[in-house]
Structures are given as structure tokens and as C-alpha cells.
Write a new protein. Structure first.
Length: 321
């Protein structure tokens, strides 16, 4: 397989809670309104990403996996996931609150949906003043059945909220109650799954005056308690990576690039994804260069030995398995 920095065409999603930041800040080209999500790299059925540049332009993500298997994904990923891409990579813009929700773990997802679970993480790229997120329950000892009794008068007593700012990063394992709040623009890395149990939707209605469906019984079964809010405690170091999340499903580091850098990936049996969350950088593999700007994503195949970076000031999320 020819290794080079591969870009995919974003798949944009209108959402009841979406806004304008994906187009205005991240320069996503669209005529859609209320765009809430940009799926950067997706192997979700009916939402398969297509290569936008270079030798493989026009081929689907699934084409690359079928044609090149371990050269593209890595041998261990082929062994575990077969020809299924294991991650879903997104940018999200919440003009209003997302629903409070929870995702099932692998065991529950396999039993109920014949699917993988959904562990995820967020990196906050931009936020309005006093923007918040929901992370877990205020009291971990609370009876989970309270989830069936949430309304506008008691919601603040049940969910834990955290104020967020640019640069904050949070790990959300499957089973943790969560929601991105109004005014937050975030990068999201997650297992390939689109299974969501909605717990509370702020009593809002759609254009037809209907409330969206809640999945309370399933949510109660999926919800777990966690001792930590999941916030990453990291220190940025110029031209070095700092770890944000290291879990069974993915590793995510943040890489601040302020010079010419060459990094060795020959030891790694996985593709590597770079999400640009600030600035602009040149990414070069085998003398083939792509420019990545804030809001763009690049993937380099598993057979990549090294990657060169050139930037006067950028931040990249480095993601692999």
C-alpha cells in the first residue's frame, strides 16, 4: 500500500442542537442548517467515508481495508475487528444542549444490538463563556431509577456539571452519563458505534411539536458509577506529545508542533489519525505532503514508518490503537 497523508471528505449532520461553528470556525463547506456533527472518518453503515486526496481519491474507507488489510489497519486491528474500522472521528458544535445520554459497553451492545459499545473522549476546541458539560450523576450512590423521574425542576439536582474551556479534555467510558452543553465546539474520538440511550432531552420539541424518544429502561441498565470526572491532567510540551487518554479502545495524545519534527511510527501496529485542533501544519509521508488546518483530519496507514511535521504553531490530536 502507498502510505501518504490521507484525507477523507467530511460527512456533515444536521442536528436539533447544531449551530454554525463547524462552518464559521472550522470552515466546513455546507448549505445545511444547524450542523451539529462533522464525521471525519467513519466506518458506520450508510456513512462510509470517502478518500478526498491523492492516489486513493474516490475510494471508500471500506475499499482501503478490503484491498490493503493489515497494511492499512495494522495486523492486531485486523485480528480483533476484521474489516471493520474500529473508530469514529468527529467534530461537534453544540449551539444548544445535547440530550443527556449514556452508551452501553461492549457486553451489553453485543447482547442487545450485535455491536461494539461506545467509549469516547472529548477535546474542547472552543467554548462560550460559562459553557458546561454533564458528566455523571451528582451522587454516585443515588438509585439509578431516578433517571425515570427527571424533569425541569429536578434536573440540576441529579446530574453533575463541569464548566469547560479551550484545551480541556475528558474521557467518557461506556456507562457514564454525559452531555455536551450549549456553546461547546469539540473533537470527539469514539468506538465505532452509533448506539445512544437518551435519558433527558431538556423537554424540547421538534418542528412538529414532538419530543424525541427517551430510552430510560435501557439507560438505567447501561449506567455505571465512576469515581472520577474523567478530566485529563496534562501539561503541553513544545514538539512533544502529552497523553490525554490511554484505554483499551484507543490512545489519544496531544502534539504541539512549533518546528520541523520527524516522528518514528515503525514500532506501531496501527494506523494513526491526526486531528488538527489549532493552527496549521504540513504533514509529510514518503515525500508526499498535505497541509492540515484547524478542523481537518489526516490518517496515515499502519505501514507508515515515519511522519514529518512542519508548523510554526499548531496542536494535533494523535490517535491510534
Amino acid at each position: 500500500m502507498q502510505a501518504y497523508p490521507i484525507k477523507f471528505a467530511p460527512i456533515l449532520k444536521e442536528k436539533i442542537w447544531g449551530g454554525e461553528k463547524l462552518s464559521e470556525i472550522l470552515n466546513k463547506k455546507t448549505d445545511l442548517k444547524n450542523v451539529g456533527e462533522s464525521w471525519e472518518i467513519s466506518g458506520v453503515e450508510d456513512n462510509i467515508s470517502t478518500v478526498a486526496n491523492g492516489l486513493y481519491k474516490g475510494k471508500s474507507l471500506n475499499d482501503l481495508i478490503k484491498l490493503h488489510k493489515s497494511e492499512f489497519l495494522g495486523k492486531q486491528n485486523i485480528d480483533v475487528f476484521g474489516e471493520n474500522f474500529p473508530l469514529l472521528i468527529k467534530f461537534l458544535d453544540a449551539k444548544t444542549n445535547l440530550s443527556v445520554q449514556v452508551h452501553p459497553d461492549d457486553e451489553m451492545s453485543k447482547a442487545k444490538h450485535n455491536s461494539f459499545g461506545k467509549t469516547e473522549m472529548w477535546y474542547i476546541m472552543n467554548s462560550d463563556e460559562d459553557a458546561e458539560i454533564v458528566l455523571g450523576l451528582k451522587d454516585n450512590d443515588i438509585d439509578k431509577n431516578v433517571l425515570s423521574e427527571i424533569n425541569a425542576s429536578n434536573v440540576d439536582e441529579i446530574f453533575n456539571t463541569e464548566k469547560v474551556k479551550q484545551g480541556d479534555s475528558y474521557f467518557i467510558p461506556a456507562g457514564k452519563i454525559h452531555a455536551i452543553g450549549a456553546g461547546v465546539l469539540a473533537a470527539e474520538i469514539q468506538q465505532t458505534s452509533d448506539i445512544t440511550y437518551r435519558v433527558y432531552d431538556w423537554d424540547r420539541t421538534d418542528a412538529a411539536g414532538e419530543q424525541r424518544e427517551l430510552h430510560t429502561v435501557s439507560a438505567i441498565g447501561a449506567t455505571k458509577s465512576f469515581p472520577s470526572n474523567g478530566k485529563s491532567n496534562y501539561q503541553l510540551e513544545e514538539n512533544k506529545t502529552s497523553n490525554l487518554v490511554d484505554c483499551d479502545f484507543f490512545t489519544t495524545n496531544i502534539f504541539e508542533v512549533k518546528a520541523n519534527q520527524k516522528r518514528d511510527y515503525s514500532y506501531l501496529d496501527s494506523f494513526v489519525i491526526f486531528m488538527c485542533v489549532e493552527g496549521t501544519a504540513e504533514v509529510t509521508v514518503n515525500n508526499l505532503t498535505e497541509v492540515v488546518t484547524m478542523g481537518e483530519t489526516i490518517l496515515v496507514p499502519a505501514n507508515t514508518d515515519s511522519v514529518e511535521f512542519n508548523s510554526q504553531g499548531s496542536k494535533l490530536l494523535e490517535v491510534f490503537i
